[in-house]
Design a protein around this ligand. Structure first.
Ligand SMILES: NC(=O)c1ccc[n+]([C@@H]2O[C@H](COP(=O)([O-])OP(=O)(O)OC[C@H]3O[C@@H](n4cnc5c(N)ncnc54)[C@H](O)[C@@H]3O)[C@@H](O)[C@H]2O)c1
Length: 358
């Protein structure tokens, strides 16, 4: 089989991780170009990785006929660029956040349905071997029900992090510590316990001159009646992502910063229990863009729908929108209530403006 041709769009901070992901596929994918309107950045990237550069996406698609387009651009561009790529017939590997709008998700679903291409969102924390083994264990019920849990991403960013033009503003970043930084752990937990029912949240901006939140805390009730807590911050000098899920049969924990390996995971069985860590004996694959991209390459080569496509990612978009709606309105938000007609359906900024108008 010919290798899949990968085109990278946006040659900033995260783009080299996508190069690494392409190059880790043992020849099953190959880099064919990079796009960035910023000439200096594009030239430096193309020199480093020895690929042709393009100033705009349409020209690059016409010139390189990519199979996969990696969107590494500011969040506000993701939906329109994904639509353009899907309409060209190619597949999309889009950086998070895909969007903050359930209306966009619906539009993307329509376009994807008319295209041979698939849309996948980067959510690399789902794809380490420990997380995958845990997901299988949860699905097969061997750990019993989830009784409670914590999912907190506590990072530190100084003000200069927000000097990048698109960061710190609702219009372009689409959210703050939760959407940008907390999303990996939140998305991982939602991929395990998708059936949340209601959320009650507070957000604040306490340490930066920015519009978006730099800390958020949310309490969530699950369908089985359990309650758990989600949080994210960029004002916490000791950085750590800490997830603990207390199942009937044992506590699962992962503590890491940006990436994990199996060594970052721990399992504690209930005192009288015999359950073992779901990842015991499973070869260690850490969380990375390469690990997730491998699942996309395998699926595309097999003619199948890759994991982390729209129907898997919609719950994360809905959860974050509901969390912001709760924080802005000061009331608990039920899953499903953000439907067409709700200002938050078309994005967080629209929701906030509507709340301000009363
Ligand atoms: N998955 C992760 O772990 C992870 C980590 C960091 C960033 N990200 C995400 O990746 C995305 C990019 O973040 P970043 O830190 O690399 O940003 P960045 O600002 O460093 O890079 C973005 C690049 O996009 C370019 N760009 C702007 N408009 C463009 C257009 N129309 N076409 C092509 N290129 C264009 C900019 O010139 C810039 O070079 C964001 O959505 C961010 O949340 C993900």
């Amino acid at each position: 089989m010919d290798p899949l041709k990968s085109l990278i769009v946006g040659t900033g901070v995260i783009a080299p991780m996508h190069v690494e992901a392409v190059r880790a596929q043992g020849g099953a994918a190959v880099l064919v170009g990079a796009v960035d309107p910023d000439e200096e950045r594009r030239a430096a990237f193309c020199d480093t990785f020895d690929v042709p550069g393009y100033a705009d996406l349409e020209t690059a698609i016409a010139a390189s006929s990519p199979d996969v387009v990696h969107l590494c651009t500011p969040p506000v561009l993701h939906t329109e660029q994904a639509i353009l790529v899907l309409r060209s017939g190619a597949n999309v590997f889009c950086e998070k956040p895909l969007t903050d709008s359930l209306a966009d998700v619906a539009r993307l679903e329509e376009v994807e349905a008319q295209s041979p291409g698939h849309l996948v969102t980067v959510c690399q924390w789902r794809f380490g071997s420990a997380a995958r083994a845990l997901r299988d264990a949860v699905a097969s019920g061997t750990l019993g029900e989830l009784r409670t849990g914590l999912c907190h991403t506590m990072f530190f960013r100084d003000q200069s992090y927000y000097d990048v033009a698109w960061r710190g503003r609702w219009e372009s970043e689409l959210g703050g510590a939760t959407t940008t930084n907390g999303t990996h752990a939140i998305d991982l937990v939602l991929s395990l316990v998708a059936d949340w029912q209601e959320v009650s949240a507070f957000t604040a901006t306490v340490g930066h001159q920015i519009e978006v939140e730099d800390v958020a805390m949310a309490n969530v009730r699950l369908a089985n009646g359990a309650v758990m807590s989600f949080g994210a911050s960029t004002v916490s000098p000791r950085q750590n992502t800490a997830v603990r899920l207390d199942f009937e049969e044992g506590t699962v924990e992962v503590n890491a910063e940006y990436r994990y390996t199996t060594a970052n995971w721990a399992f504690t069985p209930r005192p009288d229990g015999k359950a073992v860590a779901p990842w015991a004996g499973v070869p260690d694959v850490g969380s990375s863009h390469a690990a997730q991209f491998a699942t996309m390459v395998d699926a595309l080569r097999a003619g199948e729908q890759p994991p982390a496509s729209l129907d898997h990612v919609r719950p994360t978009v809905e959860f974050l929108a509901s969390m912001y709606k709760s924080a802005v309105t000061g009331r608990t938000v039920k899953r499903g209530e953000i439907a067409e007609g709700d200002p938050f359906y078309t994005g967080n900024l629209n929701g906030m403006r509507a709340a301000e108008r009363g």
